[in-house]
Design a protein around this ligand. Structure first.
Ligand code: BDR
Ligand code: CA
Length: 308
């Protein structure tokens, strides 16, 4: 059975790698891609989303623009490891198609309402779009099948501050609103994504897979020099082959109070910490990283087969 998904993202090199993993995967029906400000400003994330679709011959997939800044903070600085253009500055031509419609929030609401209980949202960036959709139409919360997201750091240090991971740090208020929504959730924080390491051997193998593999390898090599972790593709890989990952049930909250820990994910697991609360999230902690990279290779190879 295929899973209907909306991919909410801020491409971003690892977001792009995740989109390329999703496109040839018949387990997934991609309803659309919603872009958000994060790694780089919104004009670039939405243009990159369109570019990745064109690169993969998937301009049939709808791309929509969402929020251009976090809920409460003014525009924040992104992440330099993705390069100026957000795709590793490897000389890729920009998309020549017109900018995507500014309709991501309505798109999310309408898709969920059209198929109650059937739509999964894969969140690969700050959670602003989802939080706004939930604020505009709170009635969609019980209708969303599940949210599988990259964000947070449950039992390890952050990557922006000692405490906070980038996606949660960029828009902590959105992250807290979403994790408190009651929607079933699966979390891919740094606990697990820091175990998915991009090595030269792994990018070399991708290079053998035609144009898509070569572009992905070049982007990941450039990005990997600053952040060697394959974060966002873990979310898509889980939707295709969940057995690659393992984790624990926990109650996730996001710190939005303290300067020191702003954006920190606080994850309660023991009965004592839970104090009667029911876990709201499956928190991933481990990955079979060889299998993850083998899946990436196998799916990127499908573009080669399609081109033949
Ligand atoms: C997350 O931040 C971004 O830089 C990546 O795209 C990923 O979503 C990792 O902390
Ligand atoms: Ca991302």
């Amino acid at each position: 059975m295929t899973e209907s998904i909306i991919i909410d993202c801020d491409p971003g090199v690892d977001d792009a790698a995740a989109l390329l993993l999703a496109f040839p995967s018949t387990e997934l029906e991609i309803l659309g891609i919603t872009a958000v400000a994060g790694n780089i400003p919104l004009e670039k994330t939405e243009a990159n989303a369109r570019f990745v679709c064109e690169l993969a011959g998937r301009s049939d997939i709808r791309v929509l623009q969402g929020c251009g800044r976090p809920l409460l903070y003014p525009q924040r600085a992104g992440v330099t490891v993705h390069g100026e253009d957000g795709l590793g500055d490897i000389g890729l031509q920009r998309s020549s198609s017109p900018p995507a419609e500014r309709a991501a929030i309505d798109f999310i609401i309408n898709q969920v309402r059209a198929a109650p209980g059937e739509v999964t949202i894969a969140v690969l960036g700050p959670m602003t779009n989802i939080a706004v959709a939930l604020a505009i139409d709170p009635g969609i919360a019980p209708l969303i099948k599940r949210i599988v997201f990259m964000g947070g750091a449950a039992f390890c240090k952050g990557n922006v501050t000692e405490r906070a991971e980038f996606n949660f740090y960029f828009d902590p208020h959105a992250a807290q609103a979403v994790v408190a929504s009651g929607i079933p959730m699966v979390m891919f924080g740094l606990d697990v994504t820091h175990k998915a390491i991009i090595t030269p051997e792994r990018t070399e193998r991708l290079k053998r897979l035609g144009r898509i593999g070569a572009v992905a390898a070049d982007m990941l090599t450039s990005y990997g020099a600053g952040d060697p972790c394959l974060h966002d593709p873990c979310v898509i890989a889980y939707l295709i082959e969940p057995e690659i990952f393992s984790g624990v049930e926990g109650f996730v909250e996001v710190d939005v109070q303290s300067d020191l820990a702003m954006g920190q994910s606080i994850v309660s697991v023991s009965q004592r910490e839970l104090a009667g609360r029911t876990p709201n999230c499956l928190v991933m902690t481990d990955v079979d990283h060889d299998r993850l990279f083998a899946l990436l290779e196998e799916r990127y190879a499908r573009f080669l087969a399609q081109a033949a």
